[in-house]
Design a protein around this ligand. Structure first.
Ligand code: MRU
Length: 359
């Protein structure tokens, strides 16, 4: 998608410098910085400090992390150790493990002198596949928006939470892909963007990327969605997910669950968009999903532009106050209207998912 009119992906391998390039998302929206990852450690750190974030993108970064490990030291023990550290760099999104397992499977039995080529091909294939899947999610989700538009015949107001946009994937995004496709098809859309405290991915990333694509959007405080739904000002919600269970339960950014409850109470359809790489077919009980707890400084401090236009970080809470920073919650399947995937739209249930994916 576009930034200042120029097409970008969120991650790519640069043949010339033999490095992995990323857009440093900790600097957005005030600074646009492309950063080089040169070692497996660089990839692990980028995931941990969220220079890259969003389930599909951290999966792709982990895949390139293995490429970087091979470039550093073509040694099986080192590659295995790096792959384990990559999986552990963030606990909730299943895409990390999915991508690393896929890479390691591809590399097993490959000759040492062919390892790098095989790894790079596979990491590139993971990215290409994600782009295709996100595009298909968009085309499938477009049908839902078209149906709502055929009845309303006026601007469709869509609420989204966090950033499940192209910045969270390689391109297109998951939740935003149907929105981009609707916009390209001439359907007037307006997006309510949940600010998404504490890291403000909605305000800093979703609003930024939508505005760069000229899609009308309005940032709202996280607690505003409820009243907007009561007032009939939300036609649908679309969110992403970091791990969807085979039961249809959806783990996503903290606060998603409360939006789903408000949507249910107001008969607002609540859609979750995801590529199949985000499905965890193994865990049966959502209570077994590891929920990331991040540093409380993400709550107590905030970054923005000062009066001179310089980026500044300030403390907003009393020093003595304790805070807790759970990064994800789970929305039970019963609150999810439908799942939008690359294969089609299905009920958020084991039957729905199993039928769609022939499991
Ligand atoms: O903590 P983050 O910013 O990585 O969380 C991202 C989300 O919660 C997204 O909704 C999710 O990864 C969906 S992926 C398109």
């Amino acid at each position: 998608m576009k930034i200042e009119g120029k097409e970008y992906r969120t991650i790519w391998f640069d043949d010339k410098s033999q490095t992995v390039k990323i857009i440093d998302q900790t600097k957005l929206p005030h600074q646009f910085i492309i950063k080089d990852l040169k070692t497996a450690k660089d990839a692990i750190t980028a995931i941990k400090v969220m220079e890259v974030r969003g389930a599909p993108l951290i999966g792709a970064t982990a895949a390139y992390g293995i490429v970087l490990a091979i470039m550093e030291k073509n040694d099986l023990n080192f590659i295995k150790k790096s792959s384990e550290e990559l999986i552990q760099s963030r606990p909730t999104a299943i895409n990390l493990k999915w991508a690393v397992d896929r890479m390691m499977k591809k590399l097993s039995g490959v000759n040492n002198n062919e390892l790098l080529k095989a790894a790079l091909n596979e990491a590139n294939a993971i990215c290409e596949e994600d782009i295709k899947f996100c595009e298909n999610i968009g085309l499938n989700g477009l049908k839902i928006i078209q149906e709502i538009y055929s009845k309303k015949k006026d601007t469709i107001n869509i609420l989204t939470h966090c950033n499940a946009g192209w910045l969270a994937t390689i391109n297109w995004g998951t939740a935003t892909s149907p929105i981009y496709h609707a916009h390209k098809n001439g359907i007037p859309v307006h997006v309510w963007v949940d600010e998404t405290r504490p890291r403000n991915q909605g305000a800093n990333l979703t609003s930024y990327e939508l505005s760069e694509e000229e899609i009308p959007n309005t940032i709202i405080a996280d607690n505003t969605g409820g009243i907007l739904m009561q007032r009939g000002e939300v036609d649908m919600c679309i969110v992403g997910t970091d791990r969807t269970l085979a039961t249809g339960d959806v783990c996503n950014k903290i606060g998603t669950y409360l939006k789903a409850l408000a949507a249910k109470d107001n008969n607002v359809p609540f859609y979750v968009a995801l590529p199949s790489s985000t499905i965890d077919w193994d865990i049966e009980n959502y209570k077994d999903i590891p929920i990331e707890e991040r540093n409380s400084e993400e709550l107590s401090h905030i970054e923005g532009l000062d009066e001179s236009g310089n980026v500044k970080k300030i403390q907003i809470y009393p020093k003595k106050s304790k805070s807790m920073n759970l990064a994800f919650d789970v929305t039970p399947a019963k609150y999810v209207t439908r799942l939008i995937t690359e294969k089609g739209i299905c009920e958020a249930s084991s039957n729905g998912l199993k039928n769609l994916f022939n499991k």
